[in-house]
Write a new protein. Structure first.
Length: 289
């Protein structure tokens, strides 16, 4: 087991929210918290020395502010800081290799636009196999840490073996002592789109089959984590849309990301992309084969 939680900080409100969320997670896991900031000025000799000194001061201030804040909130938590040199996404991905969890911030832009996941966060996310949680800026940034937790929602694809996704979701629910809701979205096979007559019973029968498959997939994890109260729902429609709706009342949403690379590099699937940009709750993205 990896023994610390890493948080990327840069002095912004969203990184402050990420540091606070990461500190609560480290306290729950009873592991140290590591706060890191990446300075990319140092890799370019064209940057004049005053600019580098300003970047160093900014890094020191960001790390000091974040560490003082989380130490005040969690006096018994072991907190360390590191200033990294290099492109932020690459540096954070390298730093995450020996972490159990990497926590980053994302910014809400309001309305139908949802949330802005910055290029550093997105690039880091697809560059690491470590679980990554993206945290939104809280409407009440000074709120105390919760003493009770609500529900975790996990997106499940019954057609993929994604044990790492379910393991993370069940472990988080057990750690918090909260309920877990598994959600799966499905669609009618394309051949039904061209059928001259549509029998609604076909839809109901397929829905029942999908629900049974989802229940079977969850059964071993129910036995492994008997203390976790689990519900499951299979909806016809977009899995991303269903997870975004479920996130409205969740403490955490867990989704998977397949470890595959295209000629253009690693990328996110459509479900993870939709949840990251529109779910109001923190989103944990778990890489799986």
């Amino acid at each position: 087991m990896k023994h610390h939680v890493t948080v990327g900080v840069d002095g912004s409100p969203e990184s402050r929210a990420a540091a606070r969320w990461g500190a609560r997670e480290a306290a729950l896991r009873e592991v140290p918290l590591r706060l890191v900031h990446a300075v990319d000025w140092l890799i370019s000799p064209a940057v004049p020395m005053p600019g580098r000194e300003a970047a160093d001061r900014w890094a020191d201030e960001a790390l000091t502010e974040a560490s003082e804040d989380v130490r005040r909130r969690h006096p018994g938590l072991e907190v360390s800081t590191r200033c990294l040199s290099g492109r932020p996404a690459a540096a954070l991905a390298a730093e995450a290799v020996d972490a159990g969890l990497l926590v980053l911030g994302s910014r809400g832009v309001g309305g139908l636009l949802g949330f802005f996941v910055g290029s550093v966060s997105m690039s880091t996310l697809v560059a690491t196999e470590t679980p990554v949680t993206l945290v939104r800026v809280s409407d009440s940034p000074d709120e105390p840490a919760p003493t009770r937790y609500g529900e975790i929602v996990v997106g499940v694809d019954i057609h993929e073996a994604a044990d790492s996704v379910l393991a993370f979701a069940f472990e988080e629910a057990a750690r918090r002592g909260c309920a877990l809701r598994a959600v799966h979205g499905w669609r009618m096979p394309s051949m039904y789109e061209y059928a001259p007559f549509f029998d609604p019973e076909n839809e109901r029968e397929l829905g029942r089959s999908v629900t049974v498959m989802l229940d079977d997939m969850l059964m071993p994890w129910r036995h492994k984590f008997p203390s976790v109260s689990v519900t499951h729902e299979a909806f016809m429609g977009s899995a991303g849309d269903q997870l975004v709706q479920a996130a409205a009342s969740a403490d955490l949403v867990v989704v998977g990301r397949r470890l595959r690379r295209s000629p253009l590099g690693a990328h996110l699937g459509s479900v993870a992309h939709a949840v990251l940009h529109h779910a109001a709750a923190p989103v944990a993205v778990i890489a799986h084969g």
